[in-house]
Design a protein around this ligand. Structure first.
Ligand SMILES: [Fe+2]
Length: 337
């Protein structure tokens, strides 16, 4: 009996000490692949509302390695990534933990979150086909890029960039590996130059008449149109939403997950809930020209002006399962060589 009383007392003391230490350190630590111009305004708004300070480590690569090295002593609470493959990498290396709330459950459609609640999308972006305006409006399927009529006319960034890997993975999910390999070889044969540069650099190349067609994410179109120097590049192309008469355009995401050893779990969940809230989703839409993942939140006027489109509703987990096969096929096709 005495033991039991001591035990209850200890539990109470522990709870008290734990809650005191949480109250004393009102902060949350974020590791981010997303850039400062985009997330900083969101975090400032969150701090204003909640009083919780957000500490951010920005990086372009190496997040999984860093988290693995830090292990259970990692200060990271929230991980932000720019596409599905990096979320899946964190998931597969056991660097995420499941977390949920009524806000998260109601704001994110099932297609755009992990079935085990370890990651959630924040925004969606289409992998568009850009084509020279001088050619007139064209209805594209991704499959059409293999057509001989585009020989020497296609520009793209590396096939192994996560954005292209996800697209190839979606092709495998749709057509199987053999047909996707044939497609890749034919697209490679149609390239105007070796894969290089960014998505925007391909639109610049169309403007310079080095090629006629390129692959690129939707938000870059908006960001180029808003950029003094790059507007002429964007003005030289049409943004095409592929596969509108069949399965729909390939969609990728940016997203978030809670780190396995998050030291500030409650604050981390508060930030996750904030990022899917209507005001935060609006900020994403306006700042980076992405599509909000939360149903009912509108895209920016500029993005909306490109028109409605049909999105491929293949689940991102299904696409992610084909990631390894996609990398192998890109090697087999010698796509980047
Ligand atoms: Fe990007």
């Amino acid at each position: 009996m005495l033991n039991k009383i001591w035990y209850s007392f200890l539990v109470l003391v522990t709870l008290f000490v734990t809650s005191q230490s949480v109250a004393a350190s009102e902060e949350v630590n974020v590791y981010s692949y997303r850039q400062p111009f985009l997330v900083k305004p969101l975090f400032d708004e969150f701090t204003k509302e909640s009083g919780i300070k957000v500490n951010v480590v920005f990086a372009k690569k190496g997040m999984a390695e860093r988290l693995t090295r830090e292990g259970e002593y990692s200060p990271a609470d929230i991980l932000l990534t720019t596409d599905i493959s990096r979320l899946i990498e964190l998931h597969d290396k056991g660097l995420l933990q499941a977390t949920t709330s009524t806000e998260l459950a109601s704001a994110i459609p099932a297609q755009f979150k992990a079935s085990d609640d370890t990651w959630y999308a924040l925004t969606t972006r289409v992998r568009n086909i850009y084509s020279a305006k001088r050619l007139g409006k064209i209805d594209f399927n991704y499959e059409d890029l293999a057509d001989k009529k585009w020989q020497g006319k296609i520009c793209t960034r590396s096939g192994k960039h996560p954005y292209n890997v996800a697209l190839v993975a979606s092709m495998i999910a749709e057509h199987g590996e053999a047909d996707t390999l044939t497609w890749l070889k034919q697209v490679k044969a149609n390239l105007a130059r070796k894969p290089q540069g960014s998505d925007r650099a391909q639109v610049q190349a169309i403007h310079q008449k080095l090629c006629d067609v390129s692959l690129g994410n939707s938000y870059y179109f908006g960001n180029m149109l808003k950029d003094k120097k790059q507007k002429v590049w964007a003005d030289a192309v049409h943004i095409n939403f592929p596969n509108q008469s069949n399965r729909g355009a390939h969609v990728n995401i940016s997203g978030m997950g809670m780190a396995k050893y998050a030291p500030n779990k409650a604050n981390a969940l508060a930030l996750m809930n904030f990022l899917v809230s209507e005001p935060a989703q609006k900020m994403y839409a306006e700042t980076n020209m992405e599509y909000p993942v939360r149903p009912g939140v509108k895209a920016s006027d500029l993005v909306a002006s490109w028109g409605k489109f049909k999105a491929d509703n293949l689940s991102l987990e299904t696409i992610a399962k084909q990631r390894k096969a996609a990398l192998e096929l890109l090697d087999k096709a010698k796509f980047d060589l």
